[in-house]
Design a binder for this molecule. Structure first.
Ligand SMILES: [Fe+2]
Ligand SMILES: [Fe+2]
Length: 198
């Protein structure tokens, strides 16, 4: 909790001043720099959450990321693989969109699309067992990122339920999350972040 003199003076933004926003921008940068820590703390909520699967959701996340890393994927892709299901806790009915939104400032359009759409593509492996249409992904056939998303699910996501697989620990990925999530490339706040970093 910051002291009163370390807070903006306005009670409505219409009264805001340059000094107020200089002060707020400083706080924003400090807060934003801790984003990777908050993300990792939230990811740990998946620990012990099996939901009936052979491995818990944290192990599934680690295994997906480990498989992507060992297959030579770049850091942003591996971080996406690690965080692709982080929305499970808050987005029970739309979890891909939660992780994708968190990743969006830091990854390419393709990697964001994979995260955002993986739920439909992952459904190819099970929707028909729960009364759905496994071919729902066909709605995206012809999209420039169709094959990339199908590949993510086939090689890494649907394959990451093996209790005997030797996944790398979360600590292995922490520096990657730190690097990727400290470099916004696509955000309406990126300019402020870049200027404050000078
Ligand atoms: Fe998922
Ligand atoms: Fe998954």
């Amino acid at each position: 909790m910051n002291a009163p003199q370390d807070r903006a003076q306005f009670t409505a933004m219409t009264e805001g001043t340059q000094e107020d926003w200089r002060l707020i921008s400083g706080h924003f940068m400090q807060f934003a720099s801790k984003l990777p820590d908050r993300v990792l703390t939230h990811l740990k909520l998946l620990d012990g959450d099996y939901g009936g699967f052979p491995v818990d959701r944290l192990e599934h996340s680690l295994q997906t990321a480990t498989r992507a890393h060992r297959d030579g994927r770049d850091e942003a892709y591996v971080v996406m693989a690690l965080l692709h299901d982080i929305g499970d806790t808050l987005g029970s009915y739309n979890h891909p969109e939660i992780g994708a939104a968190m990743l969006r400032p830091f990854v390419s359009e393709e990697v964001h699309w994979i995260a955002n759409t993986h739920g439909v593509f992952q459904g190819y492996y099970f929707f028909h067992y729960i009364g759905g249409d496994r071919d729902l992904r066909e709605n995206y056939r012809g999209h420039p990122h169709f094959e990339a998303c199908a590949e993510f699910c086939e090689k890494y996501d649907q394959a990451a339920f093996d209790p005997h697989y030797e996944s790398a620990p979360l600590a292995f990925f922490e520096p990657m999350v730190g690097r990727v999530m400290s470099r916004p490339i696509n955000s309406i706040y990126a300019k402020a972040a870049a200027e404050a970093a000078v």
